[in-house]
Design a protein around this ligand. Structure first.
Ligand code: G1P
Length: 296
């Protein structure tokens, strides 16, 4: 089975980022000059995905506009002699087929993925959460590519996980499983729990916002009852799937920026700005001065 398609759920209200998200999707929050969702789509494309379905909702038109052409802006940039910027804005949505579907009610992540059923047909597919940036160590493949390589081996649903400190356990889907013989980074899952209290969590391995599913997940979503937060949880559907078919977790080394969290967003912005040649050095000097002053 080959994975060609991906779905990116981006319908959430972004309440943790109000007032910024009153009229702007949280997936469009910039990291310096690039929206979070563009990082996510670039990761998918660099991993070999050819077709993306974005699940949007009311107030998310900025997403469609961002990946569309904007002839007036391009003309303006041309006439201002900014050819490279004109090419850059034109090329943003050109490297992959992008489709959209709207989630009419906020019924949860599981419900958002269910909307992809007709588009995916019988093919396996990837899921990339639209508010998560995966940052692999220097020299390693993009996050989703690592998961696709694991799928090539397992030919079964597989989810990326990473270890989190105890105080973060109740924020995430948590998994429990047994290592595959000869692979300490791959677990066959026995149990998945959405946002457990730390004292009942089966581990501290948290779902990291990247998944590959066979289409068996759709029947499991249909069979899933409302869960934590009154929503249809994807983690609960995966737990059902794990009771009837192999489901794996890849414990990867990649770092993950959870942009749904204000502090993580701030850290991501600063770290990315420090890495860039145009902003890095000046920002480093500024931060040193600022923190030096604060410490004094
Ligand atoms: C969702 C999933 C959760 C996962 C998390 C990763 O939660 O339900 O299992 O660990 O994304 O960010 P949310 O962040 O939408 O509350």
């Amino acid at each position: 089975m080959i994975v060609r398609k991906a779905v990116i759920p981006a319908a959430g209200m972004g309440t943790r980022f109000l007032p910024a998200t009153k009229s702007m999707p949280k997936e469009m929050l910039p990291i310096v000059d690039k929206p979070v969702l563009q990082f996510v789509i670039e990761e998918a494309v660099a991993s070999g995905i050819e077709d993306i379905l974005i699940v949007t909702g009311r107030g998310k038109q900025a997403i469609e506009n961002h990946f569309d052409y904007n002839p007036e802006l391009e003309l303006f940039l041309h006439s201002a002699g900014k050819q490279h910027l004109a090419d850059q804005v034109r090329g943003i949505g050109d490297r992959v087929q992008i489709h959209y579907i709207r989630q009419k009610e906020q019924l949860g992540l599981g419900d958002a993925i269910r909307l992809a059923r007709a588009h995916m047909g019988s093919e396996p597919f990837a899921v990339l959460l639209g508010d998560t940036i995966i940052d692999p160590p220097e020299g390693q493949s993009p996050g989703l590519r690592q998961l696709l390589d694991a799928f090539d081996v397992t030919q079964a649903s597989v989810v990326a996980v990473h270890r989190v400190p105890p105080e973060w356990v109740s924020r995430y889907g948590i998994v429990d499983g047994v290592p595959e013989p000869g692979r300490d980074d791959l677990l066959r899952l026995k149990k998945l729990v959405e946002k457990p209290a730390v004292n009942v969590a089966p581990s501290n391995l948290a779902i990291a916002g990247r998944y590959i599913f066979t289409n068996a997940i759709f029947d499991c979503i249909d069979a899933t009852q409302t869960g934590v937060g009154g929503e249809i949880q994807l983690t609960d559907a995966m737990n059902l799937l794990a009771q009837q078919a192999p489901v794996y977790a890849l414990a990867w080394q990649a770092r993950r920026f959870d942009i749904g969290n204000r502090l993580e967003y701030a850290k991501c912005f600063i770290e990315m700005a420090l890495r860039r040649p145009d902003t890095g050095e000046a920002l480093r000097v500024f931060l040193k001065g600022l923190l030096g002053d604060a410490a004094g």
